[in-house]
Write a protein that binds this ligand. Sequence first.
Ligand SMILES: Cc1ncc(COP(=O)(O)O)c(C=O)c1O
Length: 351
Amino acid sequence: MEIALKISFQYHQEKGNTKRKKFVSLKNAYHGETLGALGVTDVNLFTELYKPLIKEALKVEGPDCYRCSWNKKPVNCEAECFIHMQELLEENGDEIAGVIIEPMVQGAAGMNMYSPKYLKKLRALTIEKGVHFIADEIAVGFGRTGKMFACEHADISPDIMCVGKGLTAGYFPMALTLITDEIYNTFYKDYLEGGAFLHSHSYSGNPLGCSVAVETLKIFKEEDILKEVEKKAQYLEKKAREIFENHKNIGEYRQIGFIGALELVKDKEKKERFKSYERATYEIYKIGLEKGIIIRPLGDVIYFMPPYTIELDEIDFMLESCLEAIDEYLIKREKVEEKNRVLNNFVGFEV
Ligand SMILES: Cc1ncc(COP(=O)(O)O)c(C=O)c1O
């Protein structure tokens, strides 16, 4: 992420567009926790304390498909919510170096999945305005959304792409920042001209990391991992929808590729959330542990990002145990509420 931001900034400087110093990202975005990354991240928990040290990006209202202001679903929308990004780029386009985005799924925002039309519009406008499109594929790259890279859903190609995690199957710390030839050639100069992109770490280009990455890519090809994952993803979706969709406290089950997520609600009609102090998904996580599964709580959302090696019976176990954990929590919660109601009546004041 740091490299992407530095490259984008330096590119515009090299080209003489010295006004282009700002970055844009989406509200609730997560791009990591180093200082540069915190500037484009929008999760208070991580950013608040460090605000004095952070160079804050412009934050734009992005898609929120479950609670869509236009009352549309990603399948039938025209990414009307892009209007916010459009307004910002129309107004400040010539001061912006790049727009950074988690394509197709805003992870930490609550596995917020959105229409590829948003990305298409963003790609078109960033080209028009001479702004870099920086795709953060760290979480979604390498097959996670059903395509090798999430940008492929929109049939677009970014200027800069950040990848990690799946690059080494999550087993070795290795990341890449990919750039177009156009950007590369802007930096590449004859020795005497002194052109360079200066960024290095002790372990940059680590040979062991590179070997793990190369081997992982080989496995993707030789074992046709994407096809395997597609079958498992279909199974996950069918089963998860059967289990979760009619549940009175599950507002929505959403899935793209091999990422599934359910949103817990207190009231399905009103999409009303549980009170945050109840820590509903954390309580469910604790019950899940007793059943042998690790449920990842993310606000009101519980998500499934299984390893590609998972077997179908393990998917069953994962989903069924999760449902049991949710139901056990809700029963426990109902009992507490009932007790409070009795006490309220008895004492005459709210407990
Ligand atoms: C979407 C996204 N961007 C950036 C990062 C940060 O990556 P790293 O931990 O390699 O800095 C993560 C890590 O979870 C991520 O999910």
